[in-house]
Ligand binder design. Structure first.
Ligand code: ADP
Ligand code: ZN
Ligand code: ZN
Length: 748
């Protein structure tokens, strides 16, 4: 039993990131374990902290070392391997150990559990009758009432006794202690899928699916744990393969984590897992209460479930015998955290799997360039499925040049060809989806005379036309929520031709309704889906064919089957090409392929129309022929040329401050330090900046960035460590927050 505990004090002071040693008082030595939360003296305060190591040695002065007060009540002990994972995350992504611990700790505080208590007699009825007589004699009326009732019915709810019978809890407890009563305590976990009913599961895998399963299993059985990239076209039956793999590892007494992007975590998906695995499955999502999340966490730890499905954070489910982590739609940007530590679920899953001897399966129809690069270089094992299960052919794809449309005098957002095909669908009673891949900047307000764009006074972004279209005359900032009326005249030139710029989804909906007055139109975007129900409502209304046309943003292209959709129109495919992020072509290609994948999922073949101002762009050309490899070859050439990931590695250092001068100075000093250090170490490195961040100001906070590129990730980690030390020791960073973002995927 160790004498000392090394503790991370839970303090929001970000710059304090070291451990402190405390003495473990005798009476705690037997119970204290790594991962527990404790209360300790800190300065003249009481603070909580996490035990990250137990030790008999200390570098602190033994005389001055303080005692731990106690183990924090209602705390959630962290598994020690999760602490190791937190340490790995801290090292590879920056931030403090505290940040990292908070990330791997699924719920901060134990929530009171719903406990169901029932009461029975623990003695023979004859003895109970004797006792009853005695209680009556002694005028112990409450005790008498209770025994009388329990001689009549075998069992009573605790709540009935304290309620209807008006017998207090202390009386029940006293009789329990005397051995007269037995209390049966059962905790009721709130099971989020508990109300669903289960069907018997029978399904025969096809040849392609079976081949993938066999490859995985022969590795697994021979003790090999790899990371697999399963590249399978939409509808090739990837989900079915995941379930088959899970069934095998569960049969060996192991557990599985399935990560699915929140937006694809629909009722349909959850049901498929539930139908096969019943209540050995549970779900996590961001709408659950802390209590519900905690319950799932506890169920996982107690071995009551084998499978958890959820978004990024489900990765930290405390399974003790984890055998498999699956990441579906592995290319999704939502797998990268936007909070410190800015971890990527893919890399972190691989790290966790390595610690526990588990395998990892990454699945996608359009893998990230990053993963495909690793698969090609042999770091991941590539598995492919090229046929759709139901043998539906992939849809026909046409590209329409919008410049040509304009030359022909058509200024509408709907090209002649698309209009014609939509008319056909309406006539034939089939459905159409119109997809606008434009987010954030939709409907910005500008002057048609001078081109002036109205920006948020607190953020460096344009304001968007909001609600009720032109008429409402209000503008909103999507970054800080600031709302203001639209000016009547242009603040720059005084012209009165100031208006919301065309094509937001709302505008498209209006245009479609005008052009096809007979059609029933639904719209889905962040405005119409403020809560989860409205999201599911719109999807199911469309699935039930209560509308002919669905207009929407990225949301509508993510994993949902609409068998009657035979036409998908992409309104302006290049809108997502010109954002300032080197992932733009990759995103565009993925979105176009996904959008196309929505067409022809039923019996009828599908058609896709891609409208664009840039029909020769390689992302669009490759999307037209649904040719992933062609896209990949061009893209990786470009990345190599630019020293971008995955060929090299990129670290963005962000300096943020209320004072623009402080932010700039912080970035300048860091650049100098990094240059010195990398020269001293003889590193081959590119440094760009300091520069304004893509959004240079948010909520009145200025952001300056440095971009560092090296071939080896480990070198960037060393630079980060140096930079963190420099920042801690330098007063210039008093009012500057510095953050690190390794291989960012969501712009910066
Ligand atoms: P993906 O995840 O690759 O898009 P899914 O696993 O969702 O593909 O499969 C597409 C459709 O085919 C689903 O409706 C699924 O139930 C069905 N399916 C998958 N595998 C089989 C199979 N072996 N036999 C019959 N139907 C299957
Ligand atoms: Zn703003
Ligand atoms: Zn103007």
């Amino acid at each position: 039993m160790s004498k000392y505990a090394r503790i991370i004090v839970d303090i929001s002071q970000e710059k304090l990131d070291k451990t402190f040693d405390y003495r473990i008082p005798e009476h705690l030595r037997a119970q204290l374990a790594v991962g527990m939360q404790v209360t300790v003296p800190f300065g003249n305060r009481r603070m909580t902290g996490y035990v990250i190591e137990l030790t008999d040695e200390t570098d602190f002065d033994e005389e001055k070392i303080k005692d731990i007060f106690h183990i924090t009540k209602n705390s959630v002990p962290l598994e020690s391997h999760l602490i190791a994972l937190a340490a790995w995350m801290r090292k590879n992504y920056g931030g403090t150990m505290n940040h990292a611990l908070k990330t791997v700790l699924p719920v901060k505080q134990k929530k009171k559990m719903e406990e169901h208590k029932r009461v029975r007699l623990a003695v023979h009825p004859v003895e109970a009758k004797n006792l009853l007589a005695e209680f009556v004699r002694k005028h112990s009326t409450a005790r008498a009432r209770l025994l009388e009732a329990l001689l009549e019915v075998e069992e009573l709810d605790w709540a009935v006794i304290t309620g209807k019978l008006a017998v207090s809890s202390s009386v029940i407890r006293a009789l329990e202690e005397q051995g007269v009563l037995k209390v049966i305590r059962e905790t009721q976990y709130r099971n989020p899928v508990g109300h669903l009913s289960r069907k018997d599961y029978v399904r025969q895998l096809n040849e392609e699916q079976q081949r993938v399963v066999d490859t995985f299993l022969s590795d697994y059985e021979s003790g090999e744990r790899k990371t697999y990239l399963l590249k399978g076209v939409t509808g090739s039956g990837k989900t079915e393969v995941y379930m088959e793999l899970i069934a095998h590892i569960v049969a060996q007494g192991k557990q599985a984590i399935v990560l699915i992007p929140e937006i694809a975590l629909t009722y349909q998906t959850v049901m498929r897992f539930y139908n096969r695995f019943g209540d050995r499955v549970s779900v996590l999502n961001s709408r659950m209460t802390a209590g519900e999340r905690y319950d799932q966490f506890l169920r996982a730890k107690n071995g009551e479930i084998d499978i958890i499905i959820g978004p990024r954070s489900a990765l930290f489910t405390p399974f003790l015998n984890l055998g498999l982590i699956i990441i579906d739609e592995e290319h999704e940007a939502s797998y990268k955290s936007e909070n410190v530590p800015r971890y990527h679920a893919r890399e972190t899953a691989i790290a966790r799997a390595a610690m526990l001897g588990a395998a990892v399966v990454l699945g996608s129809a359009t893998p990230s360039v990053d993963s495909f690069y690793k698969a090609k270089s042999g770091e991941y094992c590539l598995l492919t499925m090229e046929k759709r299960v139901k043998e539906q052919p992939l849809p026909e794809c046409e590209v329409i040049d919008l410049r040509e449309e304009l030359r022909l005098g058509n200024r509408s957002i709907l090209s002649g060809r698309l209009t014609e095909l939509m008319e056909q669908r309406l006539r034939d009673g089939q459905q159409t989806m119109l997809f606008l891949n434009r987010r954030g900047m939709s409907g910005f307000v500008s002057c048609r005379a001078c081109g002036y764009v109205i920006k948020c006074p607190h953020c460096d972004v344009s304001l968007s036309q909001h609600g009720g279209g032109e008429a409402s005359g209000r503008m909103v900032c999507h970054y800080c929520g600031c709302e203001m009326p639209r000016p009547k005249t242009c603040p720059s030139c005084g012209s009165k031709y100031i208006s919301g710029f065309k094509a937001g989804t709302e505008k498209v909906e209006q245009i479609v309704k005008q052009r096809f007055p007979q059609a029933r139109v639904l719209r889905m975007d962040t405005d119409t889906t403020r809560n989860r129900e409205s999201y599911e409502q719109i999807l199911s209304a469309f699935a039930n064919h209560e509308a002919d046309i669905l207009v929407g943003t990225q949301m509508i292209v993510k994993g949902h089957d609409f068998p009657d959709v035979t036409l998908v129109g992409v309104l302006a495919a290049d809108l997502s090409l010109y954002v300032s992020d080197y992932h733009a072509p990759e995103r565009t290609f993925q979105l176009l392929v996904q959008a196309a994948g929505r067409a022809g999922r039923g019996r009828l073949p599908g058609e896709v129309v891609i409208q664009t101002y840039d029909p020769e762009h390689y992302a669009i050309v490759a999307a037209k022929s649904q040719d992933y490899e062609a896209f990949y070859e061009q893209e990786i050439e470009y990345r190599a040329l630019m020293y971008y990931p995955p060929v090299w590695n990129l670290l963005v250092i962000l300096c943020a401050s209320r004072s623009e001068a402080d932010a700039a100075e912080g970035a300048r000093l860091l650049k100098r330090r990094v240059d010195q250090w990398s020269q001293g170490a003889g590193l081959l490195m590119q440094v760009i900046g300091p520069a304004d961040a893509a959004v240079a100001k948010v909520n009145d906070i200025y952001k300056k960035v440095l971009y560092l590129k090296t071939q080896d990730y480990a070198d960037l980690v060393k630079i980060k460590d140096e930079a963190e030390k420099f920042i801690r020791e330098n007063r210039a960073y008093k009012d500057v927050a510095v953050q690190f973002d390794f291989n960012p995927v969501n712009g910066f």
